[in-house]
Write a protein that binds this ligand. Structure first.
Ligand code: C2E
Ligand code: CA
Ligand code: CA
Ligand code: CA
Length: 277
């Protein structure tokens, strides 16, 4: 057993080395990815559950490494956060998403909101508000078409400054959605304090709604709370007809998920949007 223990330890160290090296390689790659045009945005449709009409898109970043293929954002976003590279990357995402939203407005697609994920570091970056203002001005996108997705954790840090940033966004006309709603361990009081427009039910609750009574109860509770607080509620990660039926019966307004569409490149999104108009 002792021998084994030592081997395990050695494996552990090797594993740590591999991880550290992988981490470093991603960080090095990220440094050049913007200049090399290795990022692209995919767009996942959001649909109105009652009418089936398309209501908007969530922009999701994709990184194509020439030597490695696609790297998942779940893998590189945390590294981009740690290294601070998230700031320039996020600026690119925001500009590209708003440019695309504006182009779709001009191409007479149905009016679509464009949701952009905001990382914690970006949200607390000094130039954040000015960056949003500048991109909206530059792309001439009407602010109410832009929806920022922010997690509860971000809102709960530094409540004072969070409040003033959110109010400034609200005054600008930009919408705010709480992402991964229900997974944070925050109090719900911020829903009264902050100008929130929408809640996105985390996909971990949606996954088992037809089999797990606990998850079903949580999802119903979020939907009815959203209704009483006059917030839009968006279910994410909807994959099956059963999940859809449950959400519809509970009066959930909007959904997003593989059941209708995975995230799509811009040209395919456009085809999808026209078919749902
Ligand atoms: P998220 O914001 O919660 O995005 C939803 C994720 O669920 C996306 O993964 C999406 O492709 C996936 N998804 C959508 N529908 C389904 C479904 O029906 N079933 C399942 N199993 N998954 C579904 P993705 O694109 O890999 O992104 C992962 C995370 O990376 C995002 O989670 C978000 O936190 C982050 N991320 C992605 N793009 C950006 C970005 O541009 N900026 C920032 N800051 N973070 C981003
Ligand atoms: Ca999101
Ligand atoms: Ca989410
Ligand atoms: Ca997430």
């Amino acid at each position: 057993a002792k021998e084994n223990g030592r081997d395990d330890f050695r494996f552990f160290l090797t594993d740590m080395n591999l991880r550290a090296r992988e981490q470093q390689s991603i960080e090095d790659g990220l440094r050049h990815a913007l200049e090399q045009h290795e990022f692209v945005l995919h767009y996942q449709p959001k649909l109105n559950l009652e009418t089936g009409a398309i209501t908007g898109a969530e922009a999701l970043i994709r990184w194509w490494r020439p030597d490695r293929g696609f790297v998942s954002p779940a893998q590189f976003i945390p590294i981009a956060e740690d290294s601070g590279l998230i700031v320039p990357i996020s600026q690119w995402v925001l500009r590209e998403a708003c440019r695309q939203a504006r182009a779709w407005r001009d191409a007479d697609l149905p009016p679509l909101s464009m949701a952009v994920n905001i990382s914690p570091l970006e949200f607390r970056n000094k130039g954040f508000l000015e960056g949003i203002r500048a991109v909206l001005h530059e792309t001439q996108l009407e602010p109410h078409y832009l929806e920022l997705e922010i997690t509860e954790g971000v809102l709960m840090q530094n409540i004072e400054s969070t409040g003033s940033v959110l109010r400034a966004l609200h005054d600008m006309g930009v919408r705010l959605a709480i992402d991964d709603f229900g997974t944070g361990y925050s109090s719900l009081s911020y829903l009264r304090r902050f100008p929130v427009d929408a809640l996105k039910i985390d996909q971990s609750f949606v996954r088992d709604i037809s089999t797990d009574a606990g998850d079903a109860a949580i999802v119903s509770a979020i939907i009815s709370m959203g209704r009483s607080l006059k917030l839009r509620v968006i279910a994410e990660g909807v994959e099956t007809a059963e999940q859809l039926a449950f959400l519809r019966a509970q009066g959930c307004e909007e959904m997003q998920g593989y059941y209708y569409s995975k995230p799509l490149p811009a040209d395919q999104f456009e085809v999808f949007a026209r078919s749902k108009a």
